[in-house]
Write a protein that binds this ligand. Structure first.
Ligand code: CAA
Length: 256
């Protein structure tokens, strides 16, 4: 039984709602564990093709739980290694969409950055305020943001610890789409359902190849893409997709 999130599914889309509204969805360890366990469960579930992560109208998540971190020491963190849990999010093979209303700060921004697509409201606020707490992003923020924005812009935002508007985040390619606050969920679900109709194996092979592009040389990346292209030909969906094209009908993909 989940304590800090709600989870449900709707026509092939698995939804995880962060549910600690009284602290703007501050991410304590229990909540991160529940998110990761639910993501893994959706990833294993054949009926789920796409995953959506969302908060509430005031916050996606306002960061790691500061109360919980107050008494930590270097050694307690080293022994517990809480951020190792976050690495599991990067192993999820299905598309993950973040629906961001309100604040996505610190660990909340990092959680959104672990997702594949980010749909945000016009008044969403992104940022890394850790510098004001005497720390720095710890769940990958310095790396994710630098890969997207480049060194100078990432340093500027993380050093200043200021909140970035959705417009700025969109300008730098940090988020995909901006919509009115009341439409964030609708637009995210619309996109999720659209993705859920694509060939699931193609989606996961594309996800692997595109994310790898950030870390591999061009030649290594092309080899991975090629391997995935050849792999797609062992799926029933490849036969179905190409046959449907020649028969001039819409394909029906089964994820096999
Ligand atoms: N941890 C714990 N509690 C938090 C929290 C957090 N990250 N963010 C908000 N809250 C709590 C507040 O303490 C407050 O609780 P009380 O009602 O009991 O006082 C409640 O949520 C509502 O917050 P505010 O009253 O502050 O709401 P606001 O609208 O005035 O301000 C805010 C909103 C600007 C987001 C402000 O809450 C804030 O600055 N929060 C902290 C943001 C932050 O520093 N995040 C980074 C955390 S460190 C981190 O994430 C490290 C990492 O890389 C993993």
């Amino acid at each position: 039984m989940n304590k800090f999130i709600k989870a449900y599914s709707e026509d092939g889309v698995g939804v995880i709602q962060l549910d600690r509204p009284e602290v703007l969805n501050a991410l304590n360890r229990g909540m991160v564990e529940e998110i990761v366990a639910q993501l893994e469960s959706f990833d294993r579930n054949e009926l789920i093709r796409v995953i959506v992560l969302k908060g509430n109208e005031k916050a996606f998540a306002a960061g790691a739980d500061i109360e919980e971190m107050l008494e930590e020491t270097s050694l307690s963190l080293e022994l517990l290694n809480p951020f190792a849990e976050w690495d599991k999010i990067s192993l999820i093979k299905k598309p993950i969409l973040a629906a961001v209303n309100g604040f996505a700060l610190g660990g909340g921004f990092e959680l959104a950055l672990h997702c594949d697509l980010i749909i945000a409201s016009e008044d969403a606020k992104f940022g890394f305020p850790e510098v004001k707490l005497g720390v720095l992003p710890g769940a990958g923020g310095t790396q994710f943001l630098t890969k997207v924005m480049g060194v100078r812009k990432a340093l500027e935002w993380i050093w200043l610890g200021e909140q970035m508007t959705a417009d700025v985040a969109h300008h730098y390619g940090v988020i995909n789409r901006i919509v009115a606050p009341e439409l964030v969920e609708e637009e995210t679900m619309r996109l999720a359902h659209q993705l859920a109709k694509q060939a699931p194996i193609s989606l996961r092979l594309i996800k692997e190849a595109v994310h790898a592009a950030a870390d591999l040389t061009l030649l290594e990346g092309k080899l991975l893409e090629r391997k995935n292209f050849y792999l797609a030909f062992s799926s029933e969906d490849q036969k179905e997709g190409m046959r449907a094209f020649t028969e001039k009908r819409p394909p029906s993909f089964r994820g096999r």
